[in-house]
Design a protein around this ligand. Structure first.
Ligand SMILES: Nc1ncnc2c1ncn2[C@@H]1O[C@H](COP(=O)(O)OP(=O)(O)OP(=O)(O)O)[C@@H](O)[C@H]1O
Ligand SMILES: [Mg+2]
Length: 163
């Protein structure tokens, strides 16, 4: 997998990613991220365990206000990296920093704040969008889950977004 990022100065709190210059103001920093899936080993752990290394030692910085592209061949681990970033999958190793803070060491409130700041738009509409829901409900659902707005505010925001 290759990562492309235009970064400048180095940061004091976050270790530098190998091969790229660390940004002075990254919003998200990923360091030595690993996600291995166990694919071998039977019940009671008999049989050899083996692991599929979906993501193995990936590091990058995402700067505030910049567009970041993660590019690589099919199966190289792009979606898995995103799933770990979103907290949908637990990481096997490495660290994720949000505004310089290690996500694994965050308080529950701060982690929720981080989760609210990260959103995913998956490519496949059939697995992302529920055809039984109206578009207004689909757009408003994340705001409802965040629990920060009233029904009225959500309705106004959804109206704005769809107009
Ligand atoms: N839950 C899982 N269990 C076992 N292996 C998995 C699991 N999810 C993904 N993998 C494997 O991890 C590797 C990386 O998959 P991933 O979907 O992250 O690749 P990708 O870069 O997003 O590919 P594409 O460009 O095709 O979307 C693949 O070999 C995939 O088969
Ligand atoms: Mg993918």
């Amino acid at each position: 997998m290759t990562t492309k990022n235009n970064t400048k100065k180095s940061s004091s709190t976050i270790p530098n990613a190998p091969g790229i210059k660390s940004s002075s103001d990254p919003i998200i920093s990923v360091r030595n991220l690993k996600k291995w899936y166990q694919v071998g080993g039977g019940i009671f752990n008999f049989g050899a365990k083996s692991y599929l290394k979906a993501v193995d030692d990936v590091s990058f910085d995402i700067e505030k206000g910049k567009t970041f592209g993660l590019v690589g061949e099919s199966g190289c681990g792009k979606t898995t990296t995103l799933k770990v970033l979103l907290g949908l999958e637990e990481l096997t190793g490495g660290e994720i920093y949000y505004e310089g803070e290690d996500v694994a060491k965050m308080s529950k409130e701060r982690k929720n704040e981080f989760r609210r700041s990260v959103q995913a738009v998956f490519q496949d509409p059939w697995s992302s969008l529920n055809p039984r829901m109206k578009v207004g409900s689909i757009v408003g659902e994340p705001l409802e889950i965040q629990g920060k707005m009233t029904k009225k505010e959500i309705s106004l925001r959804v109206g704005d977004l769809l107009s």
